[in-house]
Ligand binder design. Sequence first.
Ligand SMILES: Nc1ncnc2c1ncn2[C@@H]1O[C@H](COP(=O)(O)OP(=O)(O)OP(=O)(O)O)[C@@H](O)[C@H]1O
Ligand SMILES: O=P(O)(O)O[C@@H]1O[C@H]([C@H](O)CO)[C@@H](O)[C@H](O)[C@@H]1O
Length: 159
Amino acid sequence: MVNKVCTLPALLQKVAQWKADGQKLVFTNGVFDLIHTGHITYLAQAAELGDKLIIGLNSDASVKRLKGESRPVNHQDSRALLLSAFFFIDAIVIFGEDTPANLINAIMPDILVKGGDYTIENIVGAKEVMANGGEVKTINFVEGYSSTSIINKIRTQTS
Ligand SMILES: Nc1ncnc2c1ncn2[C@@H]1O[C@H](COP(=O)(O)OP(=O)(O)OP(=O)(O)O)[C@@H](O)[C@H]1O
Ligand SMILES: O=P(O)(O)O[C@@H]1O[C@H]([C@H](O)CO)[C@@H](O)[C@H](O)[C@@H]1O
């Protein structure tokens, strides 16, 4: 299987080549702890918006700061491997900050995407991408699906 999980320098080399080839780059980011229907539905739609789909994946340390010490359930390498198995994802890069602001500025995608649980106003990097002539989109939220709800359902059913 092609190794889609890149260091930032390696990803930026791919990005430069893709841009030189006129490819439309779509970027999204997240924790993707327990992959579910909502993730796949939105990621597949995000991929349709351009030629290459790049995922910024929160490191384990970043997730712990964002979602608490008990998270993530799946460590970063496992989360990255699962995402790389989807044909419509072209590259994954792990970032350790609280937000992907620096990553987005380095990649500067044509399209920045998040799920419908976000509004354009609260998407990190939206202003910068739009100032660069890019687009920012949200994709319909699939109700009833979240990693947290899966964890809670397991806890309830096994307690
Ligand atoms: N049900 C859903 N439908 C569409 N997009 C979703 C859904 N759940 C999450 N997303 C999107 O997936 C990306 C990753 O989100 P995240 O990993 O936080 O998912 P989550 O299920 O909400 O996790 P958690 O419950 O741990 O917060 C984000 O861009 C988010 O907008
Ligand atoms: O999986 P999540 O919680 O949707 O991902 C977070 O998204 C934040 C978002 O980009 C804010 O607009 C980001 O700041 C955070 O680091 C997580 O990736």
